[in-house]
Design a protein around this ligand. Sequence first.
Ligand SMILES: *[C@@H]1O[C@H](CO)[C@@H](O)[C@H](O)[C@H]1NC(C)=O
Ligand SMILES: *[C@@H]1O[C@H](CO)[C@@H](O)[C@H](O)[C@H]1NC(C)=O
Length: 215
Amino acid sequence: MKLVFACLAVLFLSSALAKLGRRKKPSVADAFDDAGITEILNITAPKNWLKVKYGPIEVKLGNDIYPGDTILRPTISFDKADPDAYYTWCLLDPNYNNYPAKSTKRYPSSIYALYVNIRNLDIKAADVLASYAGPVPGPGTGEHYYVHLYWQQKGKIDVKSRDLPDYEVDQRYPFNLTEFLSQHNYCDEPAAGNFHTASFPDDLQEVCEEGGYCQ
Ligand SMILES: *[C@@H]1O[C@H](CO)[C@@H](O)[C@H](O)[C@H]1NC(C)=O
Ligand SMILES: *[C@@H]1O[C@H](CO)[C@@H](O)[C@H](O)[C@H]1NC(C)=O
């Protein structure tokens, strides 16, 4: 018996050491690629980490966050931001209609936050095209990605322009990121990004069914 334990201990130890050797912090770009987000959004994967915090909870390249914890707008920071440039912060769900995970087909997204003309990370002074709405994964639609992108603009966006759709009212779905980027003057790739996942909470499923909200 003792011998078996000793053997097992050696086994665990060596596998733990092997993992330690292999474990490399995943790069932001790799995480975006592996999740299929790069492909679905038709973007170049961001290389830099966008720091997004919901109170004490940090978004970490695909961690699961309970929807109740993301009701209030998070704080965001990006330490490589150019102080003279304007940026856009957006939060979108490329999985709004629950396509099969990692599907390579491109689907319309829904937009949860769209803040433009941000300077020095001052979100309060940004022009808000779609004010922050907490992610709401629908019942029975599985796991969703919530993707934060921080994108450098090549100039200030004229938010008084009549051509801009009213995202506050009815344009949150479908939201076409490719189209939005091409209509305004953006750098080719996002400056930074991050994402988390969320699902409709199990503990609300019953309430949902009883209330008839689940159909
Ligand atoms: C994908 O992005 C490329 C480069 O920005 C663009 O030329 C192409 O039209 C986009 N494709 C779709 C389907 O949006
Ligand atoms: C988004 O817009 C681009 C460019 O207008 C288009 O090629 C693409 O098919 C659209 N994507 C979706 C999912 O509608």
